[in-house]
Design a protein. Sequence first.
Length: 354
Amino acid sequence: MGDLIMHKPRALGAAVLGVTLGAALAATTAMAAPEDGNAEVNLYSARKEALIKPLLDRFSEQTGIEVNLVTGKADALLQRLKSEGANSPADLLLTVDAGNLHRAKEAGLTQAIKSATIAEEVPENYRDSDGHWVGLSLRARPIMYVSDRVDPSELSTYEDLADPKWKKRICIRSSSNVYNQSLVASLIFANGEEATETWAKGVVDNMARPPMGGDRDQIKAAAVGECDLAIANTYYLAGMLTSDDPAEREPAEQMSVFWPNQDGRGAHVNVSGAAVTAAAKNKDAAVQLIEFLLNPESQDWYAQANGEYPVREGVEMSPVLAKWGKFKADDLNLETLGELNGEAVLLMDRAGWK
């Protein structure tokens, strides 16, 4: 698997982690280290090392449990788990999108867990009803528009993106992307399959170019005039706005965020989340790591560093996210996105969404 990267565990002091994490987590009551000094968790993560490693190091400092990290693309990690089967060394899978978490469950790659902490801190619609996965952070997928070319009064709902007034004005990535599949699944749930297929055909007609690239590419294309609207996850825009690279920051500065469907069901949201693997040899330690990632200090650091929204209440948003204001989020149970993924993929194919 060429996409997979092994990372040996290492300890980082609070000073290395930065003021936010160091100060916040220092106040956390230290977890008792297990008697077994060889305790460990083997983590397969679709999140890049920089986006998770500081928290893993802090967890190890507090508990004495080493975290052995393997990073890779979400699809590559799922395939690896399938290939390894019962012999997999992985205890915990951390991946993006409820669609991917549902696929892992359906493939028999995860197991149910019980945790009072998870049940108390994570809203029911952001975790699997059978206990197979739990959301750790939220990502929203709103409409982004070029500030000097679009009047926000023209915008309203996702459904409105099929209106002919947006002809050749929309940039969005391909139908093979699970983020778009989940968005379409949410529309199927809200409006039915027939109406959503009609909508998808309208969106295809309104695309400024054939789908290509990732979310950042949609934002950059809008900034240079290829389109006026970009559909992208907010954490991509947040990352670009805080980048030291002018090639990232300057296009993002031309964009504004519009929260659709605020008079109805709300804007589409999804999760990055975790699941204990079916083959886990260190289940208790894996659950302990999930609970650690849900504590207020971890949630605060994760929100500040990654530009995502905390999954639990009472944690402040990052300054970048706060500038975009509060919004109403669609409260459907995210299990639904996985359950309707197959229908969404077929529907997008029929609509000509490449």
